[in-house]
Write a protein of this length. Structure first.
Length: 322
């Protein structure tokens, strides 16, 4: 007997359409997935800061937090406001087929779809869908459950220049959803063995997602929470990460330094480093650290745009050769 799950007819139609657009070379790269198989690597902070930096350039940015934790409300200072819906709008889009509508504009040009506890129902549905898919003999039915977010995101992607998906570290179903919906993946990691193990977990899920999303590419790996002066140590870590990646992508030149006081201050004030660095109320030493951290994020945002442009050019070259 088939489990009582959401009907995926619309999802399957959307997946067929996106594969057709990819084959025609007209599926533009817009969706960046921020992902790691391990928590505590700066993923939420990176997502909020990068999204804010891109919006500051004038791009229309949609930030979707595919995570029960709902950390972006703290990062962007929207806790307790109408922008914080505990993930309800997102759950309604995935479970009821409603449009993936942002709760509002957290910053000029930066629209948000928050996460939160409402995503527990989404996760439960995804596990049910996966079990149901395993009983099917139809190859399309076996894979379609991984495209529920892709269907919802594709319906609104024309409204934005960039869409950032910040996905929970511990949930394989949610990570597969994000990777199928995304065009590019950016992986923040620390230097410890556990974080590198999380990177290898992402690589395995990446391979699964590419069965439905052959255009997916790894944008790069960001070394997070580093000592800014430890150049030799950073190079050793870069070499280790490059070995882990086995040529799949590079390690971003820009690292994000570790400043514990700055991280705490950002969460306390509900501002990203680029914003808080301009505050006249900060202790002078903290302001200096905050300005340096803000510079890291601005430089990384530019590097991300450059890496995206290189992928876009490669896509154009392939299309021209057809």
């Amino acid at each position: 007997m088939r489990l009582g799950v959401v009907d995926l007819s619309r999802v399957k139609a959307a997946l067929r359409r996106r594969l057709q657009l990819m084959s025609e070379g007209v599926h533009d790269r817009k969706v960046i997935v921020i992902i790691n198989g391990k928590g505590g690597v700066g993923k939420s902070s990176l997502s909020s800061a990068i999204a804010a930096a891109l919006a500051k350039t004038g791009l229309q940015v949609l930030l979707i937090e595919i995570d029960e934790q709902g950390n972006h409300c703290e990062d962007l200072g929207t806790t307790g406001t109408e922008l914080a819906d505990d993930g309800q709008a997102q759950a309604a889009a995935i479970l009821e087929g409603k449009p993936l509508t942002p709760t509002g504009e957290a910053r000029p040009n930066l629209y948000v779809v928050p996460g939160g506890s409402a995503l527990q129902d989404v996760i439960e549905e995804l596990y049910c869908q996966r079990r149901a898919a395993a009983t099917s003999d139809d190859p399309e039915d076996q894979l379609a459950w991984m495209g529920m977010y892709a269907s919802a995101v594709d319906a609104v992607r024309h409204l934005y220049d960039v869409i950032v998906l910040d996905v929970a570290p511990g949930s394989e179903p949610l990570q597969l959803q994000a990777l199928v919906a995304g065009d590019m993946a950016l992986v923040p990691t620390r230097s410890d063995p556990s974080s590198r193990k999380g990177l290898r977990t992402v690589a395995r899920r990446f391979a699964v997602a590419m069965r439905l999303n052959p255009q997916l590419r790894l944008l790069g790996v960001v070394l997070f929470a580093t000592a800014s002066a430890a150049t030799r140590v950073q190079q050793k870590i870069r070499d280790q990460l490059a070995h882990d990646l086995n040529g799949a992508a590079g390690v971003m030149e820009q690292t994000i330094r570790h400043v514990e006081a700055a991280a705490v201050a950002c969460r306390t004030h509900g501002q990203v480093p680029q914003e808080l660095a301009a505050s006249p109320d900060l202790d002078p030493a903290l302001r200096r650290s905050m300005k340096a951290l803000a510079g890291d994020y601005r430089s990384l945002a530019l590097e991300v745009l450059q890496a995206k442009a290189e992928l876009d050019q490669a896509d154009a070259n392939r299309k021209a050769r057809r």
